[in-house]
Design a protein around this ligand. Structure first.
Ligand code: ATP
Ligand code: MG
Length: 180
């Protein structure tokens, strides 16, 4: 499974609909300070179910909607879609490609879609929960977290890698089974 594409419209600095296609392997996004690199990772976390506006550097969720610049009027809708390769059926859906969309209006109204079918936020969170890709996972490591990882104790660091590799949930299940 890999991230194939992200479409961003009206989210943070991306006023214009922006499509970024990714290949297998490593992709680097480079650009000057403030050009929107972190906003791309935030768009990915948001569409995967992030519910904390603070962790998206905002006060309330509608702060993710393009707020306007001196040259451009604010927008009223933010929409992000990610398309993931699912040839190996890594996500428990019988499709070779899975798209997930999240839309938020300034009124506070939200819409969520999996493969263009309307769904709840919970369905998106559940879909990714067991995949090691959920918003709490370490598959996205923010600027501040890099330092935290380097400064952590070896045991804690091991936990971080286990979480990223999706091992932690098996360990937890094993522990639960042993307690019974
Ligand atoms: P750095 O290299 O410093 O980490 P970056 O490329 O990661 O920079 P971002 O933090 O992604 O940059 O982008 C910050 C920019 O996004 C700022 O210019 C900020 O004004 C803009 N921005 C954030 N939220 C909004 C919003 N709701 N509407 C419009 N612009 C926004
Ligand atoms: Mg940044």
């Amino acid at each position: 499974m890999y991230l194939k594409k992200i479409e961003i419209a009206g989210f943070k600095s991306f006023a214009e609909r922006t499509v970024i296609e990714f290949d297998r392997g490593l992709t680097a996004v480079v650009g000057p300070n403030g050009s929107g690199k972190s906003n791309i990772t935030e768009a990915i976390r948001w569409v995967l179910g992030e519910q904390s506006a603070k962790s998206l550097r905002g006060g309330k969720m509608p702060d993710v909607i393009f707020a306007g610049t001196t040259k451009r009027k604010p927008l009223n809708i933010a929409e992000v879609t990610v398309v993931l390769d699912n040839e190996q059926r890594f996500l428990p859906l019988d499709f070779s490609e899975v798209s997930v969309t999240r839309r938020l209006k300034r009124t506070g109204e939200s819409d969520f879609y999996i493969n263009k079918q309307s769904c709840r936020l919970k369905d998106i969170i559940d879909l990714f929960m067991d995949s090691g890709l959920g918003k709490e996972s370490f598959s996205i490591i923010s600027q501040g977290k890099v330092e935290a990882i380097f400064n952590s104790k070896p045991e804690d660091r091991r936990g971080i890698f286990e979480e990223a590799a999706g091992v932690l949930k098996y360990k937890q299940r094993k522990r639960q089974a042993e307690q019974k």
